[in-house]
Ligand binder design. Structure first.
Ligand SMILES: Cc1cc2nc3c(=O)[nH]c(=O)nc-3n(C[C@H](O)[C@H](O)[C@H](O)COP(=O)(O)OP(=O)(O)OC[C@H]3O[C@@H](n4cnc5c(N)ncnc54)[C@H](O)[C@@H]3O)c2cc1C
Length: 397
């Protein structure tokens, strides 16, 4: 299945992407990372910052997998509410998982500050509104769970939402410690920093992941790479046997507008909703709106990119329903494969049979936040330290 189709926006925002050679010799590294998306680059940053010898092998070009289709919303709240995780996992593991995400957000913000080059990373509030009055009860419960455990959250009544955000919805939560970013620029800046820290990058270097040996894997061109640890950050490109049963695939749609001249909304907060599939939107530094939603079963989606314009128009009309004063003109529209999991948790940790091979699969809507948390968990595994979050997201949970 193709990772995405259509006319993507972020690719237009980097004039000269970094370029790296193909691997053309046998090599050795302490840590080999398969995949040069946002996950592989975050992981390379964390491990090289800890002084490890790291190599990244990317089968295409850096950041041009799902990371390029990513709309760049970074939030500590998951698609599944804390209160729902409490019902499914128990109170303590659920709190630990949300704490992991909140800490990951703060790590992302700190990393952004030391990166060379623009990333368009902006701290933002998030507004999570009740799609209909039926959601007020669950949203109130979520507010109490978050507030009682000191997560950054505020309740907004219908009146407050209308007066402050021009949103005519029954109620909402405001959360903070969140951010938006240009994922492609973020990856370019991270790779630049990682290079300075000694990370070796190879592009157009596909690893034969169907035949991984104890400490060696071959490139498709036949070059062996020996490693102590292999980290698989291949996103939705490959469904690995220990995780396959858990994965749910969707096709999702998004668009980016032309820059808008009208007033937008308070603080240009990121906006999303309780209904499913949910509408979400954000702005960019040059006053565009990026919005997405309309997730559907990939089997139900028409093959090819023929239905993207109609889906983008449908999302734009949902946005206009929220903000009728905006004159939205679609500039770019795309669709992408998107994967969630049956329990709403990412898949992070060692292979149950081969403990020097690690999965770092940030499935679910908070992919980048999970990738950040996962990079820190894997660093601890490699250093032989216990990480308080490792058990919740482990592969064989
Ligand atoms: C439309 C859309 C919107 C999204 N919005 C958000 C959002 O707002 N916030 C958020 O957090 N997440 C979002 N996501 C999810 C997000 O895109 C992913 O979580 C994230 O980009 C995954 O990054 P990754 O590095 O894991 O995967 P990728 O970016 O896909 O990188 C994996 C890389 O591995 C490489 N690879 C694969 N196989 C091999 C091999 N054998 N050898 C070498 N290299 C290989 C691929 O070429 C690819 O470059 C969105 C996804 C979509 C589709």
């Amino acid at each position: 299945m193709r990772l995405y189709e259509g006319d993507l926006y972020w690719s237009q925002t980097v004039a000269k992407p970094l370029r790296f050679d193909k691997l053309a010799a046998a090599s050795h590294t302490r840590v080999l990372i398969a995949g040069g998306g946002v996950t592989g680059n975050l992981c390379a940053y964390v491990l090289s910052s800890a002084g490890m010898d790291v190599m990244v092998a990317e089968r295409g070009r850096l950041g041009r997998g799902s990371s390029l289709a990513n709309t760049g919303l970074l939030q500590y709240s998951s698609d599944k509410m804390l209160s729902e995780f409490m019902d499914d996992l128990g109170v303590e593991p659920a709190l630990r998982f949300y704490q992991m995400c909140l800490e990951a957000m703060d790590h992302l913000t700190a990393i952004d500050q030391i990166l060379p080059g623009p990333t368009d990373y902006r701290l933002r509030d998030s507004i999570y509104y009740a799609s209909t009055p039926d959601y007020i009860g669950p949203l109130q419960r979520e507010y109490h769970c978050l507030d009682q455990h000191h997560f950054p959250v505020e309740w907004l009544s219908r009146e407050q939402l209308r007066n402050q955000y021009r949103l005519d919805k029954p109620a909402a939560l405001r959360t903070w410690h969140d951010a938006d970013v240009n994922p492609y620029r973020f990856i370019q800046a991270l790779a630049c920093k990682n290079q300075q820290q000694g990370v070796r990058y190879f592009e157009c270097t596909e690893l034969d992941l169907g035949h991984i040996q104890a400490n060696q894997v071959f490139t498709r061109d036949g070059w062996p790479i020996t490693f102590e640890h292999l980290i698989l950050t291949t996103g939705y490109s490959r469904f690995y046997a220990p995780a396959r049963e858990r994965i749910i695939a969707y096709r999702t749609y998004a668009f980016c507008s032309e820059p808008l001249s009208q007033d937008l909304w308070k603080d240009e907060a990121m906006i999303w909703e309780t209904g499913r599939p949910y509408l979400y939107l954000r702005t960019t530094a040059d006053r565009r709106i990026i919005a997405g939603g309309l997730d559907e079963d990939p089997a139900a989606a028409e093959p090819g990119s023929g239905n993207i314009p109609a889906k983008a128009e449908a999302i734009a009309s949902q946005v206009k329903g929220l903000f009728p004063h905006l004159d939205i003109k679609i500039a770019h529209a795309w669709s992408g494969l998107f994967c969630g999991t049956t329990d709403g948790l990412p898949i992070i940790g060692p292979d149950p049979k081969q403990p020097n091979i690690f999965y770092l699969l940030g499935y679910e809507g908070n992919g980048m936040c999970y990738s950040m948390a996962g990079a820190l968990i894997l660093k601890d595994y490699i250093e032989g330290k216990f990480n308080p979050y490792q058990t919740i997201v482990r592969v064989d949970r």
